[in-house]
Design a protein around this ligand. Structure first.
Ligand SMILES: NC(=O)c1ccc[n+]([C@@H]2O[C@H](COP(=O)([O-])OP(=O)(O)OC[C@H]3O[C@@H](n4cnc5c(N)ncnc54)[C@H](O)[C@@H]3O)[C@@H](O)[C@H]2O)c1
Length: 454
């Protein structure tokens, strides 16, 4: 192991005006990478968020930058025994073929990644590139069973080839429109079904359907792995989850809450489709309804402005009444680099889901609303979500999970917890003839309820 990372040995982080020339001094020898290692499988692996997450993990593992923006590097998560970033091995699916080193160079030219970083990490990026398998877009002529099988086989092969303890699947592909009622499974749902079939923890960082498809309801209910979603909360909705509770707690009457987003990049292009934008906006509105108790007047608009590249400006206009009907307005402007906001959250979620799987949690993981616009459970306000996340951190702390796991499995010692570690690798979930998802152990008890230990 290294004697501390470059930046915490008193060396300033590399960055603008600083080079990565002496990087070799900080690089972990391949033979020293800690085991067991954790696979991170990114759906949309060549996209901006995925490339930033992957490059960022390699930069942090090499000690080139401090972990700014990574919540799981903060003190409360120290005892959780989360997998270290230098134990991550990346792979994924995508429908485009631009090699990762080239994609990272493009992001550096756009100012998302520091200049020089893609070339300093060329070897890591090229290696991850070899583990990206072809995905399939909507309308692919192959049947959905064949596609799910192919994806699940890709996941199993990746996990075996790299001798990984587990592989966490994270959807960071382009946002899809919500599918019509009787349509075939959309691509995001096929990938989600494949993750369960291969026994992999699953995260949906996008507003796409994923596991929320009615035909996957049974597979989700009986999943023997943990999962979480959906749609990462990185900007406008993050701010809404802080401000909306303030209005409610101060008994101010919000009359209208309107928002506008200008963004470029691949996400901006995908969201130029009104159906995809509608999927995104549903989460932005939910946070208001959850916190205010009603949905105020006002809409959210998303405009694709290619000239803005990877940057986003989000404007909110909140009209509210105070004492004796006094009319007031709050306006906020959030200007952010989308991928730089999203990538550390993707890495946090990868670590938390890997640890949740190791600790034996199955089903939707309680306590992750902090990260999502449209979470499966928990409070809608950010302070409440932070407290819930700290509760999860406690449950994930070795020893903390024993009581829950032991109780659920009828045991009460550390052995009961240890017995479930690694379980689920061979879980097979099949789609029934009617397309409904069904677990292989049909006769067995349903194991998945919210955050339940398997
Ligand atoms: N702050 C943020 O950046 C943020 C926050 C929340 C959610 N998200 C979501 O994350 C996702 C990724 O955002 P991005 O900026 O990286 O977008 P992007 O356009 O740069 O990347 C998306 C990638 O998905 C790939 N893809 C598309 N369809 C696919 C399929 N069927 N199978 C496999 N790969 C496929 C594309 O080829 C592309 O490489 C979007 O859905 C976005 O809404 C981003």
């Amino acid at each position: 192991m290294r004697n501390g990372k470059g930046w915490d040995r008193g060396l300033p982080a590399a960055g603008p005006g600083r080079t990565y020339e002496n990087r070799e001094d900080d690089v972990t020898d391949a033979h020293q990478i800690p085991r067991p290692r954790t696979g991170i499988w990114l759906i949309g692996a060549r996209g901006s968020v995925a490339t930033t997450a992957l490059t960022g993990a390699a930069a942090l593992a090499a000690g080139l930058h401090p972990p700014t923006g990574m919540v799981t590097e903060a003190a409360p998560f120290g005892p959780c025994s989360l997998p270290p970033l230098d134990s991550f091995v990346f792979g994924g699916h995508d429908t485009v073929s631009c090699p990762l080193p080239k994609r990272a160079e493009i992001l550096a030219e756009a100012g998302v990644l520091p200049h020089g970083l893609p070339s300093a990490l060329h070897a890591e990026l090229a290696k991850a590139d070899t583990a990206i398998r072809p995905g399939a877009a909507a309308g692919d002529p192959r049947g959905e069973e064949e596609l799910i099988d192919t994806y699940a086989a890709d996941l199993t092969a990746f996990t075996r080839e790299h001798d990984l303890a587990r592989t966490v699947v994270i959807n960071v592909a382009s946002t899809e429109p919500h599918p019509p009622h009787d349509a075939p499974l959309p691509p995001s749902s096929r990938y989600a079904a494949a993750a369960l079939r291969a026994g992999c923890p699953y995260v949906n960082f996008t507003p796409s359907t994923g596991l929320h498809h009615p035909r996957l309801a049974e597979a989700a209910r009986t999943a023997r792995v943990p999962f979480a979603g959906r749609d990462g909360k990185t900007g406008q909705t993050l701010l809404r989850s802080v401000l909306a509770p303030m209005f409610a707690q101060r008994s101010l009457a919000v009359r209208a809450w309107s928002g506008s987003n200008l963004l470029g990049g691949g996400d901006g292009a995908a969201l130029a489709d009104p159906a995809a934008a509608a999927a995104k906006n549903a989460g932005k509105e939910r946070v208001l309804a959850d916190n205010l108790g009603h949905l105020p007047e006002g809409e959210v608009h998303i405009d694709d402005v290619p000239a803005m590249g990877e940057w986003k400006t989000a404007w909110d206009h909140i009209a509210f009444d105070g004492f004796l009907g006094s009319r007031m307005v709050l306006q906020t402007i959030w200007q952010g680099c989308d991928s730089a906001l999203a990538a550390p959250l993707v890495l946090d979620l990868a670590r938390l889901l890997a640890r949740a799987d190791e600790a034996g949690l199955t089903g939707p993981v309680d306590g992750l609303g902090f990260y999502f616009k449209d979470p499966d459970s928990g409070p809608g306000d950010l302070p409440g979500q932070w407290r819930a996340l700290l509760g999860l951190a406690q449950r994930l702390t070795p020893g903390g999970e024993r009581a829950a796991t032991g109780a659920a499995r009828g045991g009460d010692g550390p052995e009961a917890a240890a017995a479930v570690v690694g379980e689920g690798r061979e879980t097979v979930t099949t789609l029934g003839g009617d397309g409904s998802a069904a677990p292989p152990d049909q006769g067995g008890p349903a194991t998945a309820r919210t955050g339940e230990a398997r």
